[in-house]
Design a protein around this ligand. Structure first.
Ligand code: TYM
Length: 332
């Protein structure tokens, strides 16, 4: 990959079904940005094993996510789509960067604190060094921009710190990446507990919309979404449920909060929820249709990730060679 265009790197863990949060916060922005950048999108399967995975379900889900990337409209001819575990340089650079990351800064990561609280029986060292692997992902491709949802902002800052620290010692080795966080939809909340983010690991499926939920399920989940005892469709402090639904509506219809508030003036929550549900169904419909077509074409999907691993591997190996040389490892 020659750098005539700026480079984007992003990825999603393969730890559960993709949700509307992943779609609005990440995937959809990727499809919008791809025209102007050289893009590398990974299925971050190495990250997924910080939590125990059932092998058969994990394998199936990883492929499902790759298929959803393509179905969402990522152009896999122009961009690189690959599985992180297919490119060994990720694990190699992660080890290297781990020797430049401090215990203190990793202990401050809120995702580590949350996950260790939720998986108290399995606080493994991978959970702790998770953000270092993420920095390796990004820095290997000399990415300029990393489109993510708000929850990844802190990890991105650590990636920048590590890049700057390394460059400070060895000269210009890494591009220092910037986070790209969309204006709307950077934090889609749970439909049942609107003060928590919508998450694929939520035990209550009514809290999230999976990208592959059928239309009836989507309409039902939104109808059941928690709101408040008021009746005004307005974006206000304390109206977390309504604010979240408004955010979802605006993201999927490309409208502003003000436009949406005007559109629902004088309408009750029932009408509002029905409209949000319809808008989400319409937004996901073409993606789901393409997903079904692609699922019947396994050879094609396989050819995409095989070619992706090869191209990603070349770029990643080049950066890793440079890093190793700077550190002083003996040339092969
Ligand atoms: P992950 O798999 O949790 O989420 C993938 C992407 O989806 C966004 N996202 C959301 N956006 C808005 N609202 C939500 N409720 C919501 N839930 C998730 C996330 O912000 C993210 O952009 N560590 C990363 C995966 C990763 C990565 C990377 C990302 C590994 N290496 C390198 C970028 C670059 C993660 O767990 O995301």
């Amino acid at each position: 990959m020659e750098k005539d265009k700026k480079v984007i790197f992003s990825g999603i863990q393969a730890s559960g079904l993709l949700t509307l949060g992943n779609y609005i916060g990440a995937l959809r922005n990727w499809t919008k940005l791809q025209a102007d950048y050289d893009c590398v999108f990974g299925i971050m399967d190495l990250h997924s094993i910080t939590v125990r995975q059932d092998p058969a379900a994990f394998r199936k889900r990883s492929l499902e996510i790759l298929t959803l990337y393509i179905a969402s409209g990522i152009d896999c001819e122009r961009n690189i789509l690959f599985f992180q575990s297919h490119v060994p340089a990720h694990a190699e650079l992660a080890w290297t960067l781990g020797c430049y990351a401090y215990m203190g800064e990793l202990s401050r990561m809120t995702q580590f604190k949350d996950k260790s609280a939720r998986h108290a029986e399995n606080i493994n060292s991978g959970l702790f060094t998770y953000p270092v692997l993420m920095a390796a992902d990004i820095l290997l491709y000399q990415a300029d921009l990393v489109p993510v949802g708000m929850d990844q902002k802190q990890h991105l800052e650590l990636s920048r710190d590590l890049a700057l620290r390394f460059n400070g010692i060895y000269g210009d080795v890494f591009t220092v990446p910037e986070a790209y966080i969309g204006k709307v939809g950077a934090r889609i909340m749970s439909l049942q507990e609107p003060t928590r983010k919508m998450s694929k690991s939520d035990e209550n499926p009514n809290g999230y919309i999976a990208m592959l939920d059928d239309p009836d399920t989507i309409l039902r989940k939104i109808k059941r979404a928690v709101t408040d005892s008021g009746g005004e469709v307005a974006y206000r402090e304390g109206k977390d449920g309504v604010n979240n639904l408004l955010g979802i509506y605006c993201a999927v219809t490309d409208t502003t909060i003000e436009q949406a508030e005007r559109a629902f003036e004088g309408k009750g929550y029932g009408d509002f929820k029905a409209a949000v549900g319809e808008a989400v169904v319409e937004c996901l419909r073409p993606v789901q249709e393409r997903y079904r077509d692609l699922s019947n074409n396994k050879d094609y999907v396989e050819s995409v990730y095989r070619a992706g691993a090869e191209r990603a591997g070349r770029t990643a190996a080049k950066t890793l060679r440079k890093v190793y040389r700077k550190i002083g490892f003996t040339d092969r």
